[in-house]
Ligand binder design. Structure first.
Ligand SMILES: *Cc1c(COP(=O)(O)O)cnc(C)c1O
Length: 224
């Protein structure tokens, strides 16, 4: 056994009362490990590099719903547009425009989440709250008929302080609640990973992205 399928059951039980969805983050993991997890009934998988996703998508069952969770370059959108289920990492309007253009070619509407920078670290990608709001309120965004912005994604600080992590998640939830008044499609909150998903659930997450707890620690991080 490559994946921790017992823990997967436990995770699902934890999520159930919250009605949240589990995204199994399979980056760097083998096709065999993914198939083990698919066999437990898991459909949603997350990847963060386009080439790796394409390699896996070509070989794995078509019923898998692939979520893109990493930084996405506009010139790579065309490769994933035919099949991607949801893109969690929108960090510019330019990217949305490109996704719209490519989705149109395939007669698709691609669900997208605005990635908001909530962590203290400076290195992580993402929009400020003001930038996210500006994208939502821009009439040019409203013209995009082949993307649907359904919520926000955020990564909390990498810290042992539950207090800081909780506060960051809470800020993202407040933002979502505020913008959803004028943008009723905004309902999803993608937040929480192996180390902080319990806090994320308590703070209103609807999609948690779990990698290492399911698949074990990653031995390397590929460079994009
Ligand atoms: C790798 C990754 C995860 C999963 O992280 P784990 O700590 O392994 O659960 C979640 N979200 C994003 C954006 C990631 O890149």
């Amino acid at each position: 056994m490559i994946a921790n399928t017992g823990l997967l059951e436990q995770l699902r039980a934890t999520l159930r009362p919250y009605g949240a969805q589990l995204i199994a983050v399979s980056k760097t993991k083998s096709k065999e490990a993914i198939l083990e997890v698919v066999a437990t009934g898991q459909k949603a998988f997350g990847e963060n590099y386009v080439q790796e996703l394409l390699d896996k998508q070509a070989l794995l069952p078509t019923e898998i719903e692939w979520h893109f969770i990493g930084h996405l370059q506009t010139n790579k959108v065309k490769y994933i547009a035919p099949f991607i289920h949801c893109i969690h990492s929108i960090d510019s309007q330019r990217l949305l425009v490109e996704i719209d253009k490519q989705a149109m070619k395939f007669g698709r509407i691609i669900p997208c989440l605005l990635q908001v920078h909530i962590a203290r670290e400076e290195t992580k990608f993402g929009l400020s709250f003001d930038e996210a709001r500006a994208i939502l309120d821009d009439p040019k965004t409203t013209l995009l008929k082949h993307v649907r912005i359904i919520g926000c994604m955020g990564m909390a600080s990498n810290t042992d302080s539950a207090e800081i992590v909780r506060k960051e998640f809470r800020e993202l939830k407040s933002f979502l609640d505020a913008v959803s008044i004028s943008h009723p499609d905004m309902v999803e909150l993608s937040m929480g990973m192996s180390s902080d998903y319990k806090l994320a659930l308590e703070e209103g997450s609807t999609m948690i992205r779990i990698g290492s707890s399911i698949f074990g620690e990653r031995s390397y991080s590929p460079v994009p």
